[in-house]
Design a protein around this ligand. Structure first.
Ligand code: NAD
Length: 476
């Protein structure tokens, strides 16, 4: 399929181009294959005017009609799936299987969110009084998206925003603007003008959004560092914020596992999306009784099964690192491990002359607990394996982090699995499974992994203000 290369922004139902443009790279070749518009402050003001203008009618539109519009949008994305799949691989680097998960997951998400209804809570109902708490749309939502799952994480924001009666301005990462501009373009066929707007630009555009006085909420997914800036900027106008930030997810493996059988699951827990995944297992704590077996089974699985390469090739399992900035950061983690004499069980050397930003799958064999590779979020395919022997000690080590996004526990003694899982400080704790998400399941981070949640009725409510209305029926 020939990949589309001309992209526009969507403001008030109109296609908008700019004289200034920004390059988009294919990470498998390191080459620029197209340019996208570079929004100015004036473009943002126009989008805010459009979103504020559309708000009155859209927020008063019955939920059933909003549901129909979301379902139409889901159908449109589904009918453009092939195009989106190719685009996603070209700009993000992920192989087809990962793109399918994201595109068809987004379609399913839209349909599920469309079925949600905000409650009206009758707090008191007597002859004399009626007290009701209801949930009204918060207003214009700035949706700021990262480069690792540009489609799914945009839909996680657009869907609840429009279903709750808000209007929205979508801002993709400058590294992966194409799919998101396409999503905004398709939205014009499903929603009235101004309900979904899409702008591309640099990080500056994100700053302008978070400081804009007429944007009422920021729904943000990205790094913890940027999340701090967002929260600070939003404080000026007391904007609502939902922050989905970084993670350093631990996985704890108990002594009773079958190492060989478990290795593929542990591998994908850590390396899905080439480990450019907030919820990737980033520290693997293996009980000392099975440490060597699990490590060796992982090495064997990687050597026999995993091909790193261009995501556009059918047999590729893991694509490249998505951008030069991130590639530099990952290189730095490799160098830090080498400089500190950490042992690699597999991988360890990056071939810098490769055509794309490719990095070999790498396991670091029991580095010190205070090493950078254990303490930080590398966001690339390099995973520390760590030994444990005492249950309370491993729980303390797993929790000893500023992050609290996800965690998993693996073992056949279900009582022990549950006991350990119950003590982990994370928004999602998976027991003998991992990365199971649902539109009906609240998702968010504890500690510095985030604020608020996405998905479920709780996530939908984050796009609303609660409002209590009390009435005294005694008028005489
Ligand atoms: P990033 O923080 O660099 O950028 C995210 C978005 O914020 C981009 O659109 C960027 O243009 C914009 N931005 C940058 N500076 C800004 C500012 N000062 N104000 C407003 N917006 C600004 O993150 P990234 O590198 O694109 O993504 C990787 C990070 O995202 C990782 O830390 C990862 O763990 C995290 N992430 C979290 C989740 C989650 O759900 N918790 C999901 C995916 C990724």
């Amino acid at each position: 399929m020939k990949i589309q290369t001309d992209f526009v922004m969507s403001i008030n139902g109109e296609a908008v181009t700019t004289e200034a443009t920004q390059p988009v790279f294919n990470p498998a070749t390191r080459s620029v294959f197209t340019q996208v518009p570079d929004a100015s402050r004036e473009h943002l003001d126009q989008a805010v005017d459009a979103a504020q203008g559309a708000l009155k009618v859209w927020s008063a539109t019955p939920a059933e009609d909003r549901q129909k519009a979301l379902e139409t949008y889901a159908d449109l994305i589904e009918s453009h799936a092939e195009e989106l799949l190719s685009l996603l691989t070209a700009e993000q680097g992920k192989p087809r299987a990962g793109s399918e998960w994201e595109v068809f997951g987004s379609v399913a998400w839209l349909r599920a969110v469309a079925s949600l209804r905000l409650p009206e809570e009758v707090v008191d109902e007597t002859e004399d009084r009626r007290v009701v708490t209801r949930f009204t749309p918060v207003g214009v939502v700035g949706a700021i998206v990262p480069w690792n799952f540009p489609i799914l994480l945009a839909i996680w924001k657009i869907a609840p925003a429009v279903m709750s009666g808000c209007t929205t301005i979508l801002k993709p990462s400058p590294y992966t603007p194409l799919c998101d501009l396409k999503l905004a373009e398709l939205a014009q066929q499903a929603f009235p003008p101004g309900v979904v707007n899409g702008l591309s630009g640099g990080d500056d555009l994100g700053i302008w959004m978070t400081t804009h006085p007429r944007i009422n909420k920021i729904a943000f997914t990205g790094s913890t560092e940027t999340g701090r800036h967002v929260m600070k900027s939003a404080s000026e106008t007391i904007k609502r914020v939902t922050l989905e930030l970084g993670g350093n997810d631990p996985a704890i493996v108990l002594p009773d596992v079958d190492a060989k059988a478990l290795a593929p699951q542990l591998f994908w827990a850590a390396f899905q999306n080439n480990a450019q995944f907030c919820n990737a297992t980033k520290r693997l704590y293996i009980h000392e009784d099975v440490y060597d077996d699990v490590r060796d089974a992982l090495v064997e699985f990687i050597e026999q099964n995993v091909k790193v390469g261009d995501g556009a090739e059918a047999d590729t399992d893991l694509g490249p690192i998505q951008n030069a900035m991130q590639y530099g950061k990952v290189q730095d983690y490799f160098k830090d491990c080498q400089d500190n004499g950490h042992v690699f069980a597999v991988g360890g050397e990056i071939d810098e002359s490769a055509a794309g930003w490719f990095v070999p799958v790498t396991l670091v064999d029991n580095p010190p607990e205070d090493s950078r590779i254990v303490r930080e979020e590398p966001f690339g395919p390099i995973l520390p394996l760590l030994k444990w022997s005492d249950e309370s000690d491993v729980i303390a080590r797993a929790n000893d982090t500023i992050y609290g996004l996800g965690a998993s526990v693996w073992g056949t003694d279900l009582e022990a699995v549950e006991r350990i899982g119950g003590q982990l400080e994370a928004g999602t704790v998976w027991l003998n499974e991992v990365h199971q998400y649902s539109p009906f399941q609240a998702f968010g981070g504890h500690k510095q992994s985030g604020l608020g949640c996405e998905n479920s009725l709780h996530g939908l409510m984050e796009y609303t203000n609660w409002q209590t209305i009390t009435m005294n029926r005694n008028t005489g």
